[in-house]
Every structure is written in structure tokens, then in C-alpha cells.
Ligand binder design. Sequence first.
Ligand code: VG1
Ligand code: CO
Length: 541
Amino acid sequence: MRTLTIPTTPFGDQKPGTSGLRKKVVVFQQPRYVENFLQAIFDTVGPARQGATLVIGGDGRFLNREVVQVALRMAAANGFSRVLVGRGGLLSTPAASAMIRASGAIGGVVLSASHNPGGPDGDFGIKFNMAHGGPASEEASAAIHRRTTTIDQYLTLDTPDMDLDVLGETRLGGAQVVVVDPVADYAALMRKLVDFDRIRALFAGGFRMRFDAMSAVTGPYALEILERQLGAPAGTVVNAVPLTDFGGHHPDPNPVNAAELMVLMMGPDAPDFGAASDGDGDRNMIVAPGLFVTPSDSLAILAAQAHRAPGYAAGLAGVARSMPTSRAVDRVAAALGIPCYETPTGWKFFANLLDAGRITLCGEESAGTGSNHVREKDGLWAVLLWLDIIAATGQRAEAMVRAHWDRHGRDYYARHDYEEVDAAAAQGLMQALRGKLDGLVGQRVAGLTVSACDDFAYTDPIDGSVSAQQGVRVHFAEDARAVFRLSGTGTVGATLRVYLERFERRHDLPVAEVLAPVIAAASDIAEIVRHTGRQEPSIIT
Ligand code: VG1
Ligand code: CO
């Protein structure tokens, strides 16, 4: 066994986005591309990596196994003394976060492009999570990126691939590599947060549910927890085997991509509860019989009801939502008398608030919900919390949503994505929009009156760091809001996201009707058709 120092030259495109580095698989297949980025991560960790523990795992997509092997050799060559890797190279993002925290690791390498499609023609991704278990901060991500621009060598070993399918410890250079059960510790953590006996009794009483793992990493977790430990009938979890191409699914749980689940839940034979998760297991979609629950509403309902679960019996210290997430959770926070923070899009912005104990629960409109148990969003956890609340209250999911709206009112919500728009045109749209902000207040557009607008900037209340240009917010006097930002996870061209919401006390109105003026005003203000050439969004969720 020898340590090899391999000379390399930088790639110009290794800037992490909203959640790590995501590119087409063919980009990652270029010689030295993976190695450069991993070495940049290890260089950024610095001398502290000597003798430290590292966690490695991924969502099982195409390239996962190969890159795990590369990462193991490089971690050993770089001086880590202990490397924990999920069996088969698998770890869901929340399980990786939990493992980093429980093992005292200095961080973790999570291989995933999350909700992006997989397979040889799909996407791959590498994220680095820090010692608190959460995504690399803005500062750490910038440092990794800077390092990729000057990198001139990487370290590895001349060893063969390891067997990742057998649990146990093996020596690799100076490191002890431990292949761990990816599910066991995670399941144990869930048992501390929600009442498994109560949920088991719910299923024993005939409660029916469908969980769609979308052929991604949550399958093994959901099978073990829902079917084996909680006694849900066999077949509750569908698409449970992680496939390298997700079986052709787009593992982004929303009503469009989880169409089969939606058809079932809207039909006459709907089970009592429906849920789905994404590629790396950190997102959740919740569907009640006959009623899709928007992620923003789900966050608000969980915030209002979490105290019923043992892990949250003491109540919530505070809550947070990403800026484009609807204000439904703000209303709950106000009713509970707890603070509500508004952060930029991306889970990295929640970590400081969670670490400081300012918040207990947080979430995003993109189907991410989480709590202080890890530093990532956690798909299956959200589903279990819903189940525990249903078990504790005896209330049906759809009744719970309606009761919530009765009390707090309803934030009607939709997101319009314009995918694969020409990047320069998308930048042009945002620039033109920013240029307009000064004269916008007081204008009447599509029957609405602009009451405030800005380009969202966030000052982290814990470390004082400032993140500017996080999306344009336009508020209307009619208790409505439109938000515009460009995606930081796409790999082709640019994706414009337009987030639309409007508050009404009445909750029985058609969503399209309530939002129509907001959609029209947003389109006018941003001149979407002129800039993008698109008459319609590519996807509405
Ligand atoms: C999207 C979502 C964002 C989420 C991010 C990572 O980012 O909007 O809310 O945190 O994906 O989620 P963007 O920049 O494309 O809007 V995951 O589950 O794909 O890691
Ligand atoms: Co994800």
C-alpha cells in the first residue's frame, strides 16, 4: 500500500450551489473531476482532519459506488483515522447528518444530486456536511470553491476497491473503515422523537397508508420503520428498492412527479394517508385523502401540533422558514408566541439557528421539513411526526388541515418553475426586476397594489454573516406575495422559480382562482414572456 500524490489542474466549474456541487454525470466522469473536488474539501478541513472521523454515503444513484471507493481511498490518504460508510455506499442525507453528530465526526461527504434525475444521462452531486451535521456554510462552501481554483495535487492510495456490502471494520492505509447499517441508528433516533407504540396501535387498528420511496434511498428506511417496526401492512411502501436511475422516476416528490400516488389519494380507494420522499431522503410530500397538503401548510400544521409527540413535548423554542415558503407558519408562531425566522433558500441557513437553540422546527416550500434532531431536512421524520399526531389526536389528516385553516386562515400557494431557460435571459430578467424595484411601490398591476418590494438579504442573527440577493419579494396590499429567484440546483441552463401566495380567511375557494391575479401581476412585473420567451411555466407545483 502506497500513498500517491497525483498532480492535477483546476476545473473552472466547481462552485457549489444551493446544496453542494451538482452536474451532469458525464461532467463528474471526467478524469480527476471527483478527486479535485474531494481534495478541495479535505484541504479546506485542513490539519484538523488528521486522526479525525469522516462519514461517507450517498443516495445510490449512478456513480455512487464508484465515487464512494474514490472517497474512501482519498480520505485514508488524507489522514482521517476513522471512516464510517453506509452499507452498499448508501446513506440518506438525514441519516448521514445524524451519524456525523452521533459519531463526533468532523464532517461527512454525501453523494447526491437529491431531487435531480439519476442514471448515466442524469445528474450526480457531492455535498460536504460539517461537524454539526449540516450542509457546509456559505463561508465553508466559498472556501471549498476557492480551493478548487488553485488545486494542483490530490492524495490517494494504490489499493483495490473495498467490499461495501458486509458490515464490519477493515483497515485501509492508516484508517479504520467501518461499514455500518445505514438504517439502524436512524431508526433508533426516530424512536426517541415519536411514539412508536402509539403509531403501531394506529396501524393495528386498520389505518392504511401508501409511502412512495420513488426508487430512491428512503426505501430501506421506510420498509424497516413503517412495515417492520410499526407494523404497517406489507406493500405500504412502494418503489422501495433504490435504483441507480430511480427506475426512470424524477425523485422530486410533488404532485406532478408523484402522479401515481396522487391518483390513488384522489380516488375512491384512497388510503388514510399518503407520502413520498426524494432521491436522498430529505424531502417529504404529504397527501391526505382527496387533499394535497402544500409543504408550507404541512410545516405550519406540524409546528402547531408537534407538542403531542414525545420529542417536542416541551414545546418549540421558535420556528424558521425559507423566504419563499408561505407565511402559514408565521401565523402559528404568532399564536404560540414564539419567534419565526425567515432565511434564504437552502438548509445551510437553518444550522446556526438550530445550534443556538433559537428554533426547534423549520422548513421550506420545496417539501423540506426538519427539526433540531439533525441539521438537515428529514423526509421520513416528517411523515412519522404526521402519523404520531394523527395517532395522538385521532383526527383524520384532511380534517386536521381544514381545522387548521379554520383557525388560522389559508395561505393559497403555488410555485411556477420555468426550467432550462437560457441562462443569460434568466439573469437578464432578474437584473431588470431588481432595476425596477425603486418605482414599484404604489403601482397597480392586474388589479393588485404593490405595497412593498425588495431583494431579500439575510443577516444571520448568530454569526452576523450577510447573504445578499437571495430573491426578489413583491408584496401586495391584498395580502398576497410573489417571489422570484433562480434555482441553484439545476444543471442545464437556468430555472426561474416564481412563488405565488395569497392569504384568505375562507379556505374553500379554488386555488387557481385565488391566485390568478397574483400570477398575472407577477408575470407583468417580471415580464416573464418577454425575457424567457415562455408563455407557460414548465411545471406548476
Ligand atoms: C431547491 C429548493 C430548496 C432546497 C434545495 C435542495 O433549491 O428550492 O428549497 O433546499 O433544492 O434540496 P433551488 O436552488 O433549486 O431552488 V434537495 O432535497 O434537492 O437537496
Ligand atoms: Co433532497
